[in-house]
Design a protein around this ligand. Sequence first.
Ligand SMILES: CC(=O)SCCNC(=O)CCNC(=O)[C@H](O)C(C)(C)COP(=O)(O)OP(=O)(O)OC[C@H]1O[C@@H](n2cnc3c(N)ncnc32)[C@H](O)[C@@H]1OP(=O)(O)O
Ligand SMILES: N[C@@H](CCO)C(=O)O
Length: 309
Amino acid sequence: MPIKIPDSLPAKEVLSGENIFVMDESQAFHQDIRPLRIAILNLMPTKETTETQLLRLVGNSPLQVDVVLLHPSSHTSKNTSAEHLKSFYKTFDEISDRRFDGLIITGAPVEQLEFEEVNYWEELKVIFEWSKHNVTSTMHICWAAQAGLYHHFGVRKVNLDEKCFGVFPHTVNQNNVKLLRGFDEVFHVPHSRHTDVSREDILANPELQILAESEEAGVYLVSTLDGKQIFVTGHSEYDPFSLKWEYDRDIAKGMDIAIPKHYYPKDDPLRTPPAVWRAHANLLFSNWLNYYVYQETPYDIDQADYLVF
Ligand SMILES: CC(=O)SCCNC(=O)CCNC(=O)[C@H](O)C(C)(C)COP(=O)(O)OP(=O)(O)OC[C@H]1O[C@@H](n2cnc3c(N)ncnc32)[C@H](O)[C@@H]1OP(=O)(O)O
Ligand SMILES: N[C@@H](CCO)C(=O)O
């Protein structure tokens, strides 16, 4: 949340220069508060785990958040019960006439398929287009980041020779970006994917900026210049043991899979991996909710006509 200080206090200039959010009295006077409306389009097979992970982060905010969970109607879920979906989820058709302050689109284990082979691709394209006019800011995670960058900007998905699997150090590329406020100069994020986004295609697009990346894991955070679309290639929301669970699963299947990098102490899968990305995950989500959603969204979102690009 911003600090409110007198318009002429000298600290205002210093803190603004340090990327601390300072709101002057005149702006604060006009600020209204209401609960935020956030939709989560959950594409993961393990929906209950992902719900919990994302809600933990979205809930770490002084703002009230009304959450609507969505699943694609064009896909029949094998790993989540129909009863769970019926009880807690809606489909896009049921909410398409509403507006949202924020939308989160999760990852999905489909990155080795062509986008067009994903059975909910046509539905997702409609949701991507709808989000441009009905959502203040959309956060795309992992495969959704690859899919969103491809759909909106033609950025290519690239096959990796070896799965990008582990917890990698990242650095920030730019100062004075609201999404990065309070970030350490080096922070850690889990990645678990067989494909990457083309850095070259992102750099060639003047509408996109790379905010953070990793020498080993590549591009991590990308945003449009106006912050309406955020693309996150890693899994900051993962639990401490998510990578262990995926590794053990693949070993049990007899797959040729390398130990997740920089995860287990001394690379020993029998030792307990420490979670070193929680602080980053909480900051990423609270910065997004505060600066890209709450501070930007119109108070009367249903009447506003300026969500349109
Ligand atoms: C790149 C990223 O975004 S990483 C995020 C993805 N990470 C994860 O999903 C981690 C957890 N998932 C898993 O461990 C595994 O997917 C499991 C254990 C749940 C299931 O694995 P398997 O039995 O090998 O595969 P299964 O045949 O059940 O299909 C797995 C999922 O792939 C997806 N999928 C596969 N083919 C398609 C397709 N053509 N179109 C759309 N989705 C597909 C579905 O989501 C499916 O699960 P769902 O029907 O419950 O939604
Ligand atoms: N995170 C995924 C990558 C494959 O989509 C997994 O290992 O299940």
